[in-house]
Design a protein around this ligand. Structure first.
Ligand code: AMP
Length: 190
């Protein structure tokens, strides 16, 4: 499944919760990149420059990191993609790879939260997340990138896929319960 939403919508938190509940792998591209930065690799330096400006990492790097990580998992009941795909090109690439491997995207959950709430949440999170991109300037850029490059992914999935919208302004546990229900309806069992 794909957990979709703007920065600060709670997609990381909700991805972890739903993955824990159903035994799915939680695959956050943002986390993968932050690990690469922590490891002080040359690739980490390149990645850091993009993240700190609030812009997307080039697709080629994203795909390489993602598939390298994802391919270690065999016979898992599911994967929650968190922060991927982030533009229609990534979505099309995922479809191509999944088609080849006879995998399918069962469900896309889109978490909706208004801008002013997103900004406040990210600024609050920035106080102890240690994330260098949780600042007002970078967050404004991330929101702009979301609207122009990432949001069109919704239209891509609307045409072909089960896309379900969830109100992300409510309590974390209420949102989590909603998402569990949606996943069950899609045919998954705990
Ligand atoms: P996140 O943890 O999902 O908020 O991602 C943090 C940052 O990592 C983003 O602002 C991007 O710079 C980068 N990033 C994460 N996932 C992707 C992706 N799928 N494509 C391009 N850049 C990404």
């Amino acid at each position: 499944m794909i957990m979709f939403g703007p920065p600060g919508s709670g997609k990381g938190t909700q991805s972890k919760l739903v993955a824990g509940h159903f035994g799915f792998i939680h695959l956050s591209t943002g986390d993968l990149f932050r690990k690469e930065i922590q490891n002080n690799t040359a690739m980490g330096d390149i990645i850091k420059a993009f993240i700190n400006r609030g812009i997307l990492i080039p697709d080629l790097i994203v795909m390489r990191e993602l598939y390298r990580y994802a391919l270690q998992f065999k016979n898992v009941p599911g994967i929650v993609f968190d922060g991927f795909p982030r533009n229609p090109k990534q979505a099309a690439n995922l479809d191509k790879v999944f088609h080849k491997k006879e995998l399918r995207i069962a469900l896309v959950v889109s978490i909706q939260v208004p801008d002013e709430v997103l900004i406040q949440r990210v600024l609050d999170r920035g106080k102890d997340s240690g994330r260098t991109d949780d600042t007002l300037g970078v967050m404004e850029k991330r929101l702009e990138v979301y609207k122009t490059l990432t949001h069109p992914v919704i239209d891509y999935y609307k045409q072909t896929r089960r896309l379900i919208e969830v109100d992300g302004t409510r309590d974390v546990r209420v949102v989590a319960k909603d998402i569990r229900k949606i996943v069950k309806v899609a045919g998954f069992k705990k």
